[in-house]
Design a protein around this ligand. Structure first.
Ligand SMILES: Nc1ncnc2c1ncn2[C@@H]1O[C@H](COP(=O)(O)OP(=O)(O)OP(=O)(O)O)[C@@H](O)[C@H]1O
Ligand SMILES: [Mg+2]
Length: 325
């Protein structure tokens, strides 16, 4: 299960005046990392729980790889979906290795397979093997989050639901875990739905961001489109679209480069060098720091071209509130 299609999905809790999820429709492709962003109470957690059927919808349909989720046996469905939450939900009386292996045990994997899987997962999330026998209370918050991530990945689910998994962490630990998640994603190509309140985290991680408000999807688009073409002032304010440096941080040097090699290619000595994959926010800092109008861009070998301040400026699009598909 990795492709997700929602058709007019509704969750109305009994006795509540308004539905928590008010008829959302969207499609997520296999292997996409989707971030759900929106104010408290807008329905993010409810939407995740509709996907693993901790909640049943009161309207609409959810298709997982083309099959109506309602028609799938609920325990089998849940075992194939990894679920990680902020409080980690680790079992306090179970050691790290036992916590990681909960789902493989339920699936009756043979012991050697579970052992090998646990070894591999500890390495994947960057924890030493010696942590196997620790209890959760003997770990830091960030280490517990890593165990939570390993547990969510244990039975190799194609779909991962992550509800503010790094919410309670300090900024540095958070960045480490974001990098770990991106590394894992590059290796494993899961479909991931990731909830956060942190816009920088959303922009850093997402292939596409689903902006929600009051149970509905306001805009579902790439970080770059949200920043440059927010659909309305709510989205613009939520993602900080007026922040030019934020826009630049999502763009690469190679996309801005207009002056290709040839001109002055040999005068690069002593100047800081840019790589095609560097982001433009970094490039701007380098340009300003060096006090130059242009810096050489080098991949491997000769100078590819020169990135100018004018190139950087040209990539800063004015923010307009407009509709997009
Ligand atoms: N079990 C429930 N019974 C009744 N109402 C609920 C239930 N769960 C959630 N709600 C309501 O549904 C709405 C959406 O809640 P949800 O937890 O999905 O929000 P959220 O976007 O995850 O918010 P947060 O960012 O604070 O976690 C809220 O108004 C909440 O009070
Ligand atoms: Mg929530």
């Amino acid at each position: 299960m990795s492709r997700i299609v929602a058709e007019g999905l509704v969750k109305q809790f009994p006795g509540e005046p308004l539905p928590a999820v008010a008829g959302v429709s969207f499609a997520v492709a296999s292997g996409e990392l989707i971030v759900l962003l929106g104010p408290s109470g807008c329905g993010k957690t409810t939407l995740l729980k509709l996907i693993n059927r901790l909640y049943e919808p009161t309207g609409g349909r959810l298709l997982l790889d083309g099959t109506d989720a309602q028609s799938l046996p609920v325990t089998a469905l849940r075992r194939r979906i990894g679920y990680a939450i902020q409080q980690t939900g680790l079992f306090p009386h179970m050691r790290v290795a036992q916590n990681i292996a909960v789902v493989p045990h339920l699936l009756d994997w043979p012991r050697p397979r579970i052992e090998a899987r646990t070894d591999a997962l500890l390495a994947l999330v960057g924890l030493p093997q010696s942590y196997r026998t620790r209890f959760p209370h003997q770990l830091s918050g960030g280490e517990q989050q890593r165990v939570g991530l390993a547990r969510a990945l244990a039975a190799d689910p194609a779909l991962l639901l992550m509800d503010e998994p790094f919410g309670a962490l300090d900024a540095i630990t958070r960045v480490h875990l974001q990098e770990a998640l991106l590394t894992i994603q590059r290796q494993l190509h899961k479909t991931i739905l990731f909830v956060t309140h942190d816009v920088e985290e959303a922009l850093q991680l997402a292939d596409r961001i689903m902006v929600m408000r009051a149970g509905q999807i306001v805009q579902f688009a790439t970080p770059h489109i949200l920043l440059t073409r927010p659909k309305d002032p709510f989205v613009a304010q939520l993602v900080g679209a007026a922040d030019g440096l934020r826009q630049l941080s999502l763009l690469r040097v190679e996309a801005a480069l207009t002056q290709r090699a040839g001109e002055g290619a040999n005068d690069a000595a002593g100047l800081p060098v840019l790589r095609p994959s560097d982001d433009l926010r970094f490039a701007l800092v380098q340009l300003l720091g060096a006090g130059c109008d242009a810096l050489p861009v080098i991949a491997d070998g000769p100078v590819l071209g020169w990135l100018t301040l004018a190139d950087v400026r040209a990539m800063l699009r004015p923010v307009t509130a407009e509709h997009e598909g």
